[in-house]
Design a protein around this ligand. Structure first.
Ligand code: NAD
Length: 366
């Protein structure tokens, strides 16, 4: 039953990690290491059942393989989940015990932060293993990836405007930005700098006020964001916001934002095409975050990071070419780009280009 599931999704290895004294129950899933070591964050969540945790880690690790492959990284896909409540169950022992399991994999899996985990937790993991990214800047880490993610999303937007309208004049178009958090606010700033008309919404009123006063955005209600007359809808909050209820309301011609898992399901992805809307695949657009942490493996350098963000433009352009070539929706074309890259690079058999985890520039402290 278990191996059937692994065979269906193509996972290489699943590790169950248990330390009774530290209260650790975690699962590490390595989906694919053809391009390099599996990189993906650790999520801490109070899963209702072990099956739910397993399902989540299998799904998320597979997603990382696709994201990392399309991003052009020499990195495979993996993910970890820790079963527990981030508000109550965190401890030094728990994260150090988890770090020991990461270490035991000898670099086949490299971890990072995800939902429920912060940089302080990663400090404990880092005491036990080198195979962790997103550590604090004082250790040579890359710091908050959000501004990079926003800048990368802008590169994705340029390629998408070009494809849809034949120009890259950001300021000529209007935008509906949903979510003004770490990425969304920075994205609004970049749009404003280019003279765009922007509609914004967020649950947090202070963030909306900031977007209005600092970037001249127009505030709209949480639900109203789907009805505004904007050329581009930019989801930068939660996933699943493109669904059968919202799609008929959207007036946009382009969907391009940083949120993960924007399409509620594949059927809605097909429906988006029928409505003449160009969808910029989310995991290609928001790859800036993972690119930024992946650079830590080689010795982090901000200029290199900005340069790498600009490759998102070309990744999107390539996805649109594949969409044309094969007559498939863009969300499928992104998956195909990932699969083609894994297949062709996997055949090269160049061990030196794989799994270079040198961690240059790291400073170990107590
Ligand atoms: P964040 O938590 O800082 O911001 C999310 C914002 O969305 C918050 O301000 C929240 O109030 C708002 N929000 C939540 N529900 C909303 C709703 N229904 N309507 C309007 N606003 C709502 O998160 P973030 O780091 O900015 O990430 C945003 C999205 O981008 C997430 O989907 C995340 O997974 C994805 N992403 C982020 C990064 C990164 O570098 N931070 C990288 C890749 C992908």
């Amino acid at each position: 039953m278990m191996f059937e599931t692994l065979a269906t999704y193509g996972h290489e290895q699943v590790v169950f990690c248990h330390n009774k004294d530290a209260g650790l129950k975690a699962i590490i899933a390595i989906h694919n290491t053809v391009l390099g070591p599996a990189l993906g964050g650790t999520r801490m969540w109070p899963y209702q059942s072990e099956a739910e945790a397993l399902n989540d880690v299998l799904r998320l690790s597979r997603g990382m393989t696709y994201k990392n492959a399309v991003a052009g990284l020499n990195i495979g896909g993996g993910k970890a989940v820790i079963i527990g409540d981030p508000a109550k169950d965190k401890s030094e022992a728990l994260f150090r015990a988890f770090g020991q399991f990461v270490e035991s994999l000898g670099g086949r899996y490299i971890t990072a932060e995800d939902v429920g985990i912060d940089v302080n937790d990663m400090e404990y993991v880092y005491r036990e293993t080198e195979y962790v990214t997103g550590v604090h800047q004082v250790h040579g880490g890359s710091g908050d990836p959000s501004p990079f993610t926003a800048y990368g999303a802008l590169q994705g937007l340029l390629a998408t405007l070009n494809r849809k309208f034949g120009d890259e004049d950001v300021g000529k178009y209007s935008y509906a930005v949903q979510g003004l958090g770490h990425v969304g606010m920075e994205y609004v700033k970049l749009l404003k700098e280019r003279g765009a008309k922007i509609f914004v919404t967020d649950i947090n009123k202070a963030l909306v006020d900031k977007a209005v006063s600092e970037y001249g955005a127009e505030a709209v209600g949480l639900d109203e964001i789907y009805d505004v007359p904007a050329d581009v809808y930019s989801p930068c909050a939660l996933g699943g916001t493109i669904n059968p209820q919202t799609l008929p309301r959207l007036k946009c011609k382009v969907i391009c934002g940083a949120a993960n898992n924007q399409l509620a399901d594949n059927e809605i992805g097909d429906e988006v095409v029928k409505r003449g809307i160009l969808y910029a695949p989310d995991y290609a657009v928001n790859a800036g975050g993972v690119m930024n942490v992946a650079l830590e493996l080689d010795g982090y350098n901000r200029e290199r990071a900005m340069r790498m963000m600009r490759t998102i433009y070309h990744n999107l352009a390539r996805i649109y070419e594949i969409s044309d070539r094969d007559g498939i929706p863009t969300y499928k074309a992104a998956d195909r780009l990932a699969e083609e890259r894994i297949e062709t690079i996997g055949k090269l058999k160049l061990p030196l280009s794989r799994g270079r985890t040198r961690f240059q520039g790291r400073v170990r402290g107590s």
